[in-house]
Design a protein around this ligand. Structure first.
Ligand code: 15L
Length: 265
């Protein structure tokens, strides 16, 4: 499948690009940064918030799907969060409609439901409960995917990613970790699932201590193979572990995390 990957020079983007190439897909890269060394395909250096630049990238060659990973991965002001997550997603969806591209896989986040108290396994029917403006941006971007799926009959899968890391390093990660290999499995499943319409899945590995339900992902063909538990004995306890386990968003749900953003207003 020929796929446009946004944020292809980023930490998730580089892993996903290599993974998709390994699995026989063709990747067209799009990022504000130039192509990483060694990338040999077509690359567009552009900002996804610039609708004209996005349209130019789509006009340059046909693609069959979009993996939208671009976006600031941390808390920011509300306007910046909306630009980074919602304006970019709208520009891509509009270009998809204009060019009859029928599938988007979106890097949403666990922080769309991050303020959910940590009790039962959180599934895809959980109400949006963002823990930050970052989470609000992800919820709003998911709402756009749902709107375009209904209005234009697109397939749009929102992957609420946990902690995408080479390996877990905190107690929270034992529940939230998404391994690099499982991340690629997740993206490929979301790209190739038959007629998902608008769907949400949780992007974590098959963690023994998982906080989110893997059933929505499995229904789309995502079968994670890794488990953070392998690292459990090596992970030191930290004083903040209990506070980070109060809500599924962990540190993003703590006042000391969002207070500086409030103080800046
Ligand atoms: C995310 O969505 C963030 O982009 C990343 O920085 C981590 O905080 C991750 O979630 C997480 O919850 O560990």
């Amino acid at each position: 499948m020929r796929v446009l990957v946004t944020g292809a020079a980023g930490s998730i983007g580089q892993v996903v690009t290599l993974g998709l190439l390994d699995r026989g897909h063709e990747v067209i890269g799009l990022d504000r940064m130039p192509a990483p060394d060694g990338f040999e395909g077509v690359w567009h250096t552009a900002d996804c918030a610039d609708a004209d630049a996005v349209l130019d990238a789509f006009a340059a060659q046909p693609v069959e799907g979009v993996v939208h990973l671009a976006g600031h991965p941390e808390e920011a002001s509300l306007p910046d969060s909306l630009t980074s997550h919602v304006v970019t997603t709208a520009a891509l969806l509009d270009a998809m409609v204009a060019h009859q591209v029928r599938r988007m896989v979106y890097a949403s986040s666990n922080h769309a439901v991050g303020r959910t108290p940590r009790r039962d396994l959180v599934s895809d029917d959980a109400l949006p409960r963002p823990d930050t403006f970052y989470g609000v941006g992800k919820v709003a971007a998911e709402a756009l995917l749902a709107l375009y799926a209904d209005r234009y009959d697109l397939d749009a899968v929102a992957c609420r990613i946990g902690s995408f890391l080479p390996e877990p390093s905190t107690t929270r990660h034992l529940s939230t970790w998404l391994s690099h290999d499982d991340g690629v499995r997740m993206i490929e499943a979301a790209l190739t699932a038959t007629a998902p319409g608008f769907a949400v899945l949780y992007g974590i590995s098959a963690n023994t201590r998982a906080w989110w339900d893997l059933a929505p992902g499995r229904a789309l063909g995502y079968e994670p193979q890794d488990d953070a538990e392998r690292w459990a004995a090596r992970i030191p306890s930290r004083p903040e572990d209990d506070a980070e386990a109060a809500h599924v968003g962990g540190p993003f749900a703590l006042e000391q995390f969002y207070r500086p953003a409030l103080d800046r207003r």
